[in-house]
Unconditional design. Structure first.
Lengths: 97, 94
């Protein structure tokens, strides 16, 4: 992997050379990359939680056995279902107060 | 690890300012992702494999780490696929 500092050399980029079209493309690029970063972050959180829930026995192999893999998949789906329940409940509370 | 479909910018001349900025943004995102993964791996595998820290890491603890790391990264991929599939499904049904 490149040194993280290698990218900062690009900070000397002359931004005044950017055309309006360039700026628009960059804008869209940033929006897309931000969304991708948010998704990556969610995956990290989910893996954190689901690993703890699904890998309960002593770790001997590097593979997921036939209980652990479906558990991981269910974990993601149930977490998102639960998220939805929380949202709905909060909306209800907000509208009744 | 699964990529989320990032575009390959190596075909462009690096002197183009727009591409240089894009590349920098992607690079920083990749660094951030790797850092996060390392942190989580360390945390989980230390918890699992070293219940009582001794004066050194035993061979058993080391091989536990190897297995744990592989397991965690496999789990990450499984979850990544499941998550992306789910949000794509929800985006299309509205």
């Amino acid at each position: 992997m490149d040194s993280p500092l290698a990218g900062t050399a690009a900070a000397n980029v002359d931004l005044s050379k950017l055309t309006d079209r360039d700026k628009q493309e960059l804008q869209q690029f940033v929006v897309n990359e931000s969304q991708k970063a948010r998704i990556q972050q969610s995956i990290h959180s989910l893996t954190d939680v689901c690993f703890r829930k699904c890998i309960t026995s002593k770790i001997t192999s590097g593979k997921l056995d036939r209980y652990e893999e479906p558990c991981m998949q269910n974990c993601v789906d149930r977490f998102l279902d639960a998220n939805y329940v929380v949202l709905k409940e909060l909306e209800k509370m907000r509208s009744s107060s | 690890m699964d990529s989320l479909g990032g575009s390959n910018l190596s075909a462009f001349a690096s002197s183009d300012p727009k591409t240089a900025v894009m590349r920098q943004i992607q690079q920083e995102a990749a660094v951030q992702n790797a850092r996060m993964l390392m942190e989580k791996l360390n945390e989980h595998c230390f918890e699992r494999c070293v219940p009582k820290p001794g004066s050194s890491l035993s061979k058993g603890e080391e091989s536990c780490f190897t297995a744990c790391m592989e397991k965690y990264m496999t789990a990450w991929n499984v979850i990544s696929r499941q998550y992306v599939a789910r949000i794509q499904k929800e985006a299309s049904t509205g």
